[in-house]
Design a protein around this ligand. Structure first.
Ligand code: MLT
Length: 325
């Protein structure tokens, strides 16, 4: 049989079925990890941190490629349609993998069916942050300030369906706020504009804003978690601020569906080893993140999380009457 052109996904699988198990030779070349948001943002930071360690376990370079836009759905579509050979995977998040279906009627992937789940990468609570110099002493005063000035204020997010968009939607709806929404290709660039005072506030993943909070270039009003973060002991939770707003975010690794199970297992194992690594774990603590534990690890746990989050967030978004198109 003479090869005349590129191997199709079908013939790759046939080859895998015919020859040695796919994972035996895998990975035989660098692996591309698509991050569907701009470089420097939280999903990018997590992808590079675990990617570095997975490179060592897999003995093959992991290349992170940022493909931003449309709340991360452009990058995730790229991976859903990629050859299922283990060489194009993604780190998506709670937005792309649970909120997007309710917001994009023409979405080209189904988070629960279009991917081979590899595993959860991290959990991190949202943080409520505002530009430096905002005249409010605590969370309740800040919300009163937002209520009094809502229509002339701006809220930055990473595109419709992203975590910063959806958590902002829930926060703003809860307090009847109606700021101008300013979309970015990720919360990396959005945070730069918050530091620069071009936008007024965000609800963003703690792991993204902690470094700026620590140098005082943004103001933080609360961590949307039941407990304070180890790395920010001085920052109160929203509950301590007298406000009922808890919002936990997550990032996760996936491959195209039909990626051979033994390759998925190899990737899940490498991810799990990264999450057990002491250096990765201490960086997670610094960045207000936690690694999935025990039964939270692996493909099945992520599949369960995606299904439950889609079921939970869809009615909330529908009730808000928001769509991307
Ligand atoms: C990012 O990496 O920019 C964020 O994860 C985007 C988001 O808010 O979902």
């Amino acid at each position: 049989m003479l090869f005349t052109g590129r191997l199709t996904a079908g013939s790759l699988l046939a080859l895998a079925a015919f020859g040695a198990p796919a994972a035996a030779q895998y990975p035989g070349k660098p692996i591309t990890v698509i991050v569907p948001f701009a470089a420097g943002g939280p999903t990018d930071v997590v992808a590079r941190l675990i990617g570095d360690h997975m490179t060592r376990t897999l003995g093959q370079t992991i290349i992170v490629e940022n493909v931003g836009g449309a709340g991360g759905t452009i990058g995730m579509t790229r991976v859903a349609l990629a050859p299922p050979d283990g060489y194009t995977i993604a780190v998506g998040n709670m937005g792309t993998q649970s909120a997007a279906p309710a917001l994009y009627p023409n979405l080209k992937y189904d988070p629960a069916k279009s991917f081979a789940q590899i595993g959860i990468a991290n959990f991190t609570p949202q943080a409520i942050v505002a530009k430096k110099g905002t005249q409010a002493g605590n969370l309740k005063d800040f919300i009163a300030y937002l209520k009094a000035n809502s229509t002339r204020l701006t809220y930055g997010h990473a595109g419709v369906g992203s975590i910063s968009h959806v958590s902002g939607l829930v926060f703003n709806a809860k307090f009847g706020l109606n700021p101008a929404l300013v979309p970015y290709r990720g919360t990396g660039p959005a945070l730069q504009d918050l530091v620069g005072g071009q936008i007024d506030y965000m609800v963003d993943q703690s792991l993204n804003v902690i470094p700026q909070i620590k140098v005082g270039s943004v103001k933080v009003y609360g961590i949307a978690a039941p407990k304070r973060l180890e790395s920010l002991p001085e920052v109160p939770t929203t509950g301590e601020g007298g406000v009922d707003f808890i919002f936990s975010a997550w990032n996760a690794m996936v491959a195209p569906k039909d990626t051979p199970p033994d390759i998925v297992a190899k990737l899940a194992d490498a991810l799990s080893k990264a999450l057990d690594d002491a250096a990765v774990r201490s960086r997670y603590v610094e960045l207000g993140s936690t690694a999935p534990q025990g039964a939270e690890r692996g493909p099945a746990a992520l599949q369960k999380l995606v299904e439950s989050e889609v079921a939970q967030i869809t009615p909330v978004i529908k009730a808000a009457g928001v769509t991307a198109n």
